[in-house]
Design a protein around this ligand. Structure first.
Ligand code: G1P
Length: 288
């Protein structure tokens, strides 16, 4: 199967990142100097995705603007012959085609994905949660797509998490398939540690088939009183083969203060223009 479209879910209120997210959508907050949203669009484009469906909520129009021309800024840079900066300013627009879908009320991730139904149409698609960003030799979405395009089966990203973190994620029950690949036999959204079926957590990348929309229409509010994507995935797993692939790479949770902070340092240390001085600064920090 060929996956051309990705839905990026950016409808949430970002309350975990207040006060930074009070007037600025959290997805525009940078990792070093690049908005998290641009990082995941770049990941999608590098993975072969052609069309991005931005799933937005009220007050998040700004996110689309980041991927549109900025005539005043571009003219200013052109007149001053700042061509390298002009290139940086224009780069986001060229990454993909963009469309927008809306979730008018925060009724859960599953509900948000359902709002993209018309924009997705009757074809397989990817879902990206921009809170999760990866530092990996092969882009995370590409790792999933390589598998899903060969099997034509829906596939979700997995990573092992510590026991204290189990209740932050969708946790899966599995049967081995091959290597890092697992058959998903069950899943539960944000379980108490003693109820978690494994230590494998769903990360924010999914390859799905359009039948998920019918299941999303049927699921009842679950964890947190929200329509959960995990509950529709469980219904899907009961009907057909659903895979989980353990992702190779480092993952940062930008929706969490510590994750946001470690992402700045992790990605900062990868930047040749910043790494030597950042390393020096870290080395001379007094011990706690
Ligand atoms: C969502 C999903 C959860 C998944 C997580 C990954 O939760 O519902 O299953 O493990 O993303 O980041 P959220 O972080 O939106 O609460």
């Amino acid at each position: 199967m060929k996956v051309r479209k990705a839905v990026i879910v950016a409808a949430g209120l970002g309350t975990r990142m207040l006060p930074a997210s009070k007037v600025v959508p959290k997805e525009i907050l940078p990792v070093v100097d690049k908005p998290a949203l641009q990082m995941v669009v770049e990941e999608a484009a590098a993975s072969g995705i052609e069309e991005i469906i931005l799933l937005l909520g009220p007050g998040k129009e700004l996110l689309l603007e980041h991927f549109q021309p900025a005539p005043l800024l571009e003219r200013h840079l052109e007149q001053r012959r700042k061509l390298d900066l002009l290139e940086i300013a224009r780069a986001p627009n060229r990454l993909a085609r963009f469309t927008v879908a809306w979730q008018s009320e925060p009724l859960g991730l599953g509900h948000a994905v359902l709002q993209a139904r018309a924009a997705v149409g009757d074809e397989p698609f990817a879902v990206i949660l921009p809170d999760d960003i990866f530092d990996s030799p092969t882009p995370c979405l590409r790792q999933l797509l390589e598998h899903a395009e060969a099997t034509a089966a829906p596939t979700v990203a997995l990573m092992r998490v510590a026991r204290v973190d189990l209740s932050k994620y969708g946790i899966v029950a599995v049967r081995p398939a091959a290597g890092r690949l697992w058959h998903l036999t069950g899943m539960v959204e944000k379980p108490a540690p003693e109820d978690a079926p494994s230590d494998l957590a769903i990360m924010g990348r999914y390859i799905l088939t359009p039948e998920i929309f019918t299941l999303l229409e049927q699921v009842k509010p679950g964890a947190g009183g929200e329509i959960q994507l995990t509950d529709a995935l469980l219904a899907l797993a009961q009907r057909r083969t659903l895979y989980g692939l353990e992702i190779e790479g480092i993952r940062y949770d930008l929706g969490d203060r510590l994750g946001f902070l470690t992402a700045q340092i992790g990605f900062g240390l990868k930047r040749p223009d910043l790494a030597p001085q950042l390393r020096q600064w870290l080395a001379q920090m007094p011990p706690a």
